[in-house]
Design a protein around this ligand. Structure first.
Ligand code: PM9
Length: 458
């Protein structure tokens, strides 16, 4: 990337006001929310970096598509538009729309996983792991070792450990392994990309063991952009060509369209094989809806088809990934410890390094998350000890190696001036970090505790 500032490749023609409420009001709301930012009303948040999922701003072209929704129960023209887009862009013949990514996981995994089988991934996302486990499958992460070092610079920290994959598949064999799942970019590893060479090798290794490969495609275009920028032999290839090659190595994919299809709701399963499509579309009827709408309105499918075309625009991607890098650089230059290199959709701040006086038992990243709202009205999300929960066997807290605050940037929503506010907030906290207090549970739900837990300041 050049040193020149990148301006957004769009202009604004509609705005949604946001407001900063007073510090005393923010303090009061935090107390009422039990120091859990999930319990805050969105209206009371100035800059919302909770997630990049379903939070994108749609283009005028997408909004225009909403008015062309064909709401027929079966065979909506918007379904065919979506099908054609997926065929051209991703190279899959068959598509089943779903209400969102986890709907796609549900219907595909129900068909593919037998109880007791393994599903091997670079690093599975939470809902993916949950759907594997609902099927009584076992989710295994085989991401490369370098990923666990937050300061190690590697261009593709979402890569599989190929030796470990080969050894695992050789040991278990195709009866015990349902499939391999490549998540691009790898959200749980910090939005880190997977190289084309790695995807290709995963396919070769898996084919050698007779195990199919699928892709969790939620952030496929961001991954393609990293391949174009960082991988030898790809700088002259177009993003659509790179996308097409990425998907050529897999049998199908699950997609949360709430990320790289630039819509607020939606998802799909895309497949090569007709028989598999038949089975999965039958499950769609039970869990999602008729296979030509899958729980979506016709207008949603039209917006999705149009978003898929827009996401592969290189100017869009340069600004998008550039904005994430911009926030990362601001924080790095200010000496704030972040996970390196910065990934595609979020900047992760190392809670333990930033607040070394708070022991892990008092959840430093959660403390930082609370403090950032108090300081600047910014909502991030903890991805650390609170999220990790307890060991189901021992009941002890699991303390992951990295206790992080995720600052997730919605697509086409905020400007770099908003990023400046976020950085300033963290810098201000850094200057008085000794005063930041850890937290303890007041109310701890037994499962997925991070969403609804209540805390007190220690
Ligand atoms: N990811 C995220 O914030 C949504 C919130 S879940 C607490 O990062 C991948 C790689 C994801 C993902 C969602 C899903 C599920 C699948 N794979 O949210 O069901 O990052 O559309 O997709 C979230 P849905």
């Amino acid at each position: 990337m050049s040193g020149n500032p990148i301006a957004p490749p769009w202009r604004v023609k509609m705005v949604e006001p946001i407001r900063m409420i007073s510090r005393s009001r923010r303090e009061q709301l935090l107390e009422e929310a039990g120091y859990n930012v999930f319990a805050l009303a969105a209206e009371d948040v100035y800059i919302d970096l909770l997630t990049d999922s379903g939070t994108s701003a749609m283009s005028d072209y997408q909004w225009a598509g909403l008015l062309q929704g064909d709401e027929s129960y079966a065979g909506s023209k918007n379904y065919y538009n979506l099908q054609q887009t997926v065929q051209q862009l991703l190279g899959f013949e068959y598509i089943v729309p779903t209400h969102q990514g986890r709907g796609a996981e549900n219907i595909l995994f129900q068909h593919l996983i037998e109880p007791g089988q393994y599903v091997v991934g670079n690093m599975h996302f939470d809902t993916t792991k949950a759907h594997i486990e609902v099927r009584k499958g076992k989710a295994v992460d085989l991401v490369a070792d370098v990923t666990h070092d937050s300061q190690a610079h590697h261009p593709f920290k979402g890569n599989f450990d190929l030796e470990a994959l080969d050894a695992f598949l050789a040991d278990k064999g195709p009866e015990q392994v349902a499939f391999v799942l490549v998540t691009v970019t790898c959200n749980s590893a910090g939005g880190q990309p997977v190289s084309m060479a790695n995807i290709r090798s995963v396919q070769e290794i898996a084919r050698g063991h007779n195990v199919p490969v699928y892709m969790d495609a939620a952030r496929f275009a961001e991954n393609a952009w990293f391949i174009q920028q960082r991988e030898e032999g790809y700088s002259d290839k177009s993003i659509p060509d790179i996308v097409r090659e990425m998907f050529s190595y897999v049998e199908g994919c699950t997609m949360s369209a709430k990320k790289d299809a630039l819509v607020n709701i939606g998802g799909f399963v895309a497949l090569r094989d007709k028989d598999l499509y038949r089975e999965v579309s039958r499950l769609a009827v039970v869990y999602e809806g008729f296979p030509t709408y899958g729980g979506l309105a016709g207008r949603d499918m039209e917006a999705m088809a149009r978003g898929l075309k827009e996401i592969v625009d290189p100017d869009y991607l340069a600004y998008r990934i550039g904005q994430v890098a911009y926030l990362g650089k601001k924080l790095r230059d200010a000496g704030i410890p972040i996970v390196e290199p910065v990934g595609g959709h979020a900047v992760f701040v190392d809670g333990q390094k930033f607040l070394p006086h708070i022991p892990k038992e008092q959840f430093p990243a959660q403390a930082l998350c609370i403090e950032l709202y108090r300081e600047a009205g910014v909502r991030g999300v903890e991805v650390g000890g609170v999220l990790a929960g307890r060991d189901p066997e021992t009941g002890e807290n699991i303390y992951p190696r990295l206790d992080l605050l995720r600052l997730t940037i919605p697509r086409r929503v905020y400007t770099n001036e908003h990023m400046d506010v976020v950085a300033q907030g963290l810098i201000a906290i850094g200057e008085r970090r000794d005063q930041v207090r850890g937290v303890a549970f007041v109310d701890e739900p037994p499962i997925l505790r991070h969403f609804t837990a209540r805390f007190r300041l220690v």
